[in-house]
Design a protein around this ligand. Sequence first.
Ligand code: ADP
Ligand code: ZN
Ligand code: ZN
Length: 829
Amino acid sequence: MSELFQEEVTWFADILLPVPIAKLFTYRVPRHLSQEVQIGSRVIVEFGRGRVLTGVVGKIHENPPQGYPAKYITEVLDPAPIVTETQLWLFQWIADYYMCAVGEVFQVALPSGLKVTSESRMEWNPNFDRPDRLEEAEQPLVQALQEKPFLTYPEAQQLVPAGQLNALLKALVAKQAIILYEEVKERYSPKKVRKLRLASVYTQVQAAMELLDQLNKHPKQQAVLHAILQEIGIHRLSDGQEGIPKADFLARHDLSKSALQTLVDKGILESYEAIIPRFPKPTQEDTSEVGLTSAQAIAYTEILGHFQEKDVVLLHGITGSGKTEVYIRLIQEVLASGAQVLFMLPEIALTTQIVTRLQKVFGTSVGVYHSKFSDNERVEVYRQVLNDELSFVVGVRSSIFLPFSRLGLIIVDEEHETSYKQFDPAPRYHARDVAIMMAHKLGAKVVLGSATPSLESYQQGLQGKYGLVSLTERYGEAKLPRIQLVDMRAERKNKTIKNDFSSVFLDQIRLNLAGGGQTLIFQNRRGYAPYIQCEVCQWIQECPRCAVSMTYHLRSQELVCHYCGHTDKPPRKCPACASSQVKTAGVGTEKIEDDLQVFFPSARIQRMDLDTTRSRHAYQTMLHEFEQGAVDILVGTQMISKGLDFDLVRLVGIFDADRMIHFPDFRAAERAFQMLTQVAGRAGRRSNEGLVLIQTKNPNHPLLKKVVEHDYLGFFDQEIQERQAFHYPPFTRVIELTIKHPDFLLAEKMAERLARALKGILGDQRVLGPEKGLIEKIRNKFIFVLWVKLEKDRAQIQLAKQSIQEQMDDVLQDRAFRQGQIIVDVDAY
Ligand code: ADP
Ligand code: ZN
Ligand code: ZN
């Protein structure tokens, strides 16, 4: 062997793969790719037999793996890394903190459009009409795709020379000849619009003017062409120009449609389908500065002041105080300094109104990142952030995984919202807490905003760890609404209840209708009735797979399990006693909608819940109709409780407060207070005074009293004492362990063994349970729960997590529990 050859180093790369195994996988770097394989590069590797996965390079080194020969990396997908070192650091932090595999973090972090797996498929685009644009090298794929309905990634790999597939696919996608999608995911269906543009031979000024002359004899066609040239701007003609939406064009001008068609037929105009973004960008930026009110200006200045010493500020602003205006001013400031901004929202439902507001101010420079967007759109935002083409992103919890590099500010709006916590699957992370970590890493500041801050955040504020700033009055003339409790026991005694509606409720709705105001009715249960029951023997229809009653849905005439989705036809007769007295019981949103329509036949009633908002634009459409005043009463679940800002809502009715308060969970009181205050906050957001009615059987409950008095601080003081007395967060950290097994006894045994082991190590007082799950069985698995409570000491928590992991592994390795499962949820919500 020559000296030279011996010196050549063989490189290995540790690859992060989207699999739930807590390690990176070592692959060999082929010589010809040694330049391209960098930390953060996206690569394709074979994983197991015939399985193709996309991974990201986490580490490059010279150490071959022990005990097995490393496979080669198959391909490098991009010319430059696609994951930053900060992201790699953050993924690992999340994996360690939330006790999951780093591959699981990677799995949710990268938009699936950036992942190529063996499930990825490609399909011929039936609307593709430019075969002249296809290249020779693309032919094998093109032919195969025209013969078969789709190809998988490995199939496509067989058809083209090694290492070329990715470039070919990219080109075909760019030409819109093929569609790439994930088999398991919703199919990508681009939103299209027909557009017009001038054929490229006429896109020189000279040629266009000559053409216009030639059409002298055809005045109608000339008029069309004239209008087109005017809209494009004759000096902006160029090949590859942006087309003009045809329908809008025709609507703006009084032109002959047939003349337009003739121009298309003659090849002068091209009519084509274009994919348009979901969120149409407003053409006009609203540069008019909103003046902050003096209270808002003070809050703004205080926030900047705190930022001199603190990284996080909590903005506690009552509903309608104009937190958004304060955010906007901060964002302007940070963007002007050249840094990036991330604005986080708890969920899709909230985005519509706020995004519209932000786009009015920031125009096209806002990127929107959320889960109802298609893969392609998310990939677009991801890449724009990576390439530093986008400085401002509004997004839901997963936007925390975007590849920011110059981040200056993260705003977490409605920071108390539970949807910032991912429940299932792993990583079970809390996006607010991850945001604070990431900001710290990148030297950015954080504003947490809420009318009802989480106990955790408010406590940090009081202790001076976060800056604490408050806005205590509503914007303009608006006052906080008057909140009134409706005593359902008294109404029952007086026999004034109709179909679970109190007389107070019905009277106020009637009054509000007569006065032209809008009403929101909140009931956090969808469907018609939460259960059906035999009146003779009390039998209740339960889900065969879960220990819960099945909800009756009137529209679809079905019983549905809200935990596993199982459906059934409602029985005609009681299966237990054969009586035909099987009745619905309890009240869901469908029933409220129906009852109200009977009470108020001429009212325009709309329902907003999971069932009516499944389609992609339903939510937006409904909000729009409501805003336009086309709806008098909106009935809904928690979807209507947040963020909505409507002028005409004078009355808010909360149908049943009791169920919220009596939920057996240490956070139940906090959640109930937040939910009630937020729903109430939708009323009277303009000058008219608003009224909120809450139906309850416990009008003396202390929590309800605090809600009525708009007394967050009073609530906080009361609740924080309870938390301290019982050693709950924010005084401790809670790790929840959920044990599942298809056999009840084995589930119980598993849970007991784990509990015993952990109590032995951590002490009896730190381990609670096991208890049966709140719902004992879901999807045919029995559930037991354990809670580990740990004092807030980082080193101790780290050790405890290690022990928990070891004990879990130990239990799961026991063959007796083969079918068992243990789920860890750190900082469970
Ligand atoms: P919050 O998020 O605190 O509940 P919003 O930011 O939605 O409140 O503001 C409530 C309403 O008051 C919105 O319609 C908003 O446009 C209006 N508003 C608040 N501050 C101002 C301001 N300084 N100038 C004009 N309108 C404002
Ligand atoms: Zn019966
Ligand atoms: Zn079920």
